[in-house]
Design a binder for this molecule. Structure first.
Ligand SMILES: [Zn+2]
Length: 311
């Protein structure tokens, strides 16, 4: 993992250097396609890392908020206790002895004060985490812009056209951890999202290929409604589920009997929806998992699934 990260870091530096060297070159030569593909892959990996960091900050924020609400619950109890103590003492002692009586309660008040200080420090941590998150979100956006530029160059160099969906109008805050991994028994990605060179043929891979055994369970990535479940060109059979904000998940290469849902059916995150197959244009049992924002002239407009995966 460390070696991978180091490699990634070197890759980013290389991209920055290459990006500069490339500026002003309107039509990249065909031999540069290889370099562009490498840049694209490194940027895609970087998107994953930043997304993971955003999820980590979200988790940190959740914990801070829990501590703050716990503390404010305690603080209001103490404050009520203090008010009651003062009231009781005012009734019990004359104005002369009241300061003395109150002084005897100092440990209680100082505890209360400590609680307030702790709350202040939690709020400071919260502010810091929010800033951190904003920076990461900016980085993620910049990476997406760089990817668009590299992708445009690949299209120019290869003559291939790939229209990706835009996620700029989506509420990414809400969708950041919408999707669960669809094949819990396997994390093995054999071909990732993005441009790839398949036996000398450069093409855009619209999803993530997850290698698994035939019949391994496929689970719904999030709550939603099944739009399609049946045969689809290239995929053998597919399932398409529509989720919040119009986001869709696509599951491909199942055999006909591997489809366990029907169009119109409501599914919950984690429900069994199908079984891994190898139908259609497939090189072995795997799930092709894609995320789309819509449909245009009969084909899905896909986006990077890693921007929505919870892990
Ligand atoms: Zn695939």
């Amino acid at each position: 993992m460390l070696r991978r990260r180091m490699g990634l870091l070197c890759g980013i530096l290389a991209i920055l250097a290459a990006g500069r060297a490339h500026a002003g070159n309107a039509s990249p030569a065909r031999e540069s396609v290889h370099i562009l593909l490498t840049q694209e892959r490194q940027l895609q990996e970087q998107v994953k890392v930043v997304h993971r960091q955003i999820l980590d900050v979200n988790e940190k924020l959740k914990q801070i908020d829990e501590r703050i609400s716990e503390q404010s619950g305690q603080a209001s109890t103490y404050s009520l206790q203090n008010q009651q103590t003062v009231k009781a003492m005012t009734e019990k002692y004359s104005i002369v002895y009241l300061p003395l009586a109150m002084a005897s309660q100092i440990p209680v008040w100082s505890w209360n004060w400590e609680e307030r200080e702790q709350k202040k420090s939690q709020l400071a941590l919260r502010e810091q985490a929010i800033k951190e998150k904003e920076q990461l979100q900016t980085t993620e956006k910049q990476l997406r812009e760089k990817l668009r530029t590299v992708s445009d160059s690949i299209m120019k160099a290869t003559g291939k056209v790939q229209k990706e969906g835009s996620i700029d109008n989506l509420d990414l805050e809400k969708l950041a951890s919408l999707l669960a991994w669809p094949v819990p028994v396997s994390k093995e990605v054999t071909s990732d999202y993005g441009w790839r060179n398949l036996n000398g043929n450069v093409e855009f891979h619209t999803g993530i290929d997850v290698a698994a055994d035939l019949g391994d369970p496929i689970h719904a990535s999030a709550d939603g409604v099944v739009l399609f479940a049946g045969s689809a060109q290239g995929f053998g059979n597919w399932i398409v589920i529509r989720h919040e904000q119009g986001l869709m998940t696509i599951y491909g290469h199942m055999f006909r009997n591997g489809i366990q849902v029907k169009p119109g059916q409501t599914v919950r995150k984690g429900d069994l929806i199908g079984k891994v197959g190898s139908a259609g244009q497939s090189y072995g049992p795997h799930l092709h998992f894609a995320v789309a924002t819509g449909m245009k002239s009969g084909s899905m407009v896909t986006v990077n699934p890693w921007s929505f995966l919870e892990q």
